[in-house]
Design a protein around this ligand. Structure first.
Ligand SMILES: [Fe+2]
Ligand SMILES: [Fe+2]
Length: 209
């Protein structure tokens, strides 16, 4: 592909990912097998806010993986990142579906988060495969922490959202481990603390907007 073709493909992915039109994917949503329960207006609003944050996290994950794949040093790592991004589209789709069911919308800030995550991913990729994979592992660790908090924070009756987050957490733990197994560097704690700060900013804003 020429550089212009590649730019068009990346732009198309960015638009579809951040606008929440990724559609159906390989695995059915874990929410689909769970009966609907009555949620009050307040509970619905809370669940929608949390699911919007998780959707935004998945938008960031897509952008990071695409950016990282673009500058990965070896074809092996590029392939691994593309495969991981494909698997993450399930999460995007499940969160989108649940947000729809809760009569809410994805975050208006998604395009900004996509662009900044893509740039960050491209920088991580340029720093070499060990750091690139280490970045995947550290990011997945952050995602798992948020998922755990959200599983606790969801309204008791919202079993559908909970089922989605539980499956996502299981997948993210696996992604973290396979990045470390493939040779990723375990990032030092201070660097992880910076990542926590950035991800907190994302969660605080996308809950509301
Ligand atoms: Fe994910
Ligand atoms: Fe993941």
């Amino acid at each position: 592909m020429s550089i212009i073709d590649q730019a068009i493909v990346e732009f198309d992915k960015a638009l579809r990912t951040s606008s929440g039109t990724i559609g159906q994917t390989r695995r059915l949503s874990p929410a689909s097998s769970i009966a609907d329960s009555e949620l009050s207006a307040i509970e619905k609003k809370k669940s929608a806010g949390l699911m919007r944050v998780n959707h935004c996290g998945e938008v960031c994950a897509q952008a990071l993986y695409q950016g990282q794949a673009l500058t990965a040093k070896t074809a092996r790592v590029e392939k691994q990142l593309q495969a991981a991004a494909d698997e993450e589209t399930d999460h995007l789709s499940w969160c989108e579906g649940r947000i729809d069911e809760l009569d809410s919308n994805v975050s208006a800030l998604n395009p900004i988060w996509y662009a900044s995550s893509f740039a960050l991913g491209a920088i991580a990729g340029a720093l070499g495969d060990k750091i690139n994979l280490g970045f995947v592992a550290a990011t997945e660790e952050q995602v798992c922490k948020h998922l755990e908090e959200h599983i606790e924070a969801l309204p008791e009756a919202d079993e559908k959202s909970r089922a989605v987050l539980l499956q996502m957490k299981e997948d993210e733990l696996r992604h973290k481990q396979s990045a470390l197994d493939a040779g990723g560097t375990d990032f030092p704690t201070p660097l992880k603390a910076v990542m926590t700060g950035v991800s907190n900013l994302m969660t605080k804003t996308s809950y509301w907007i």
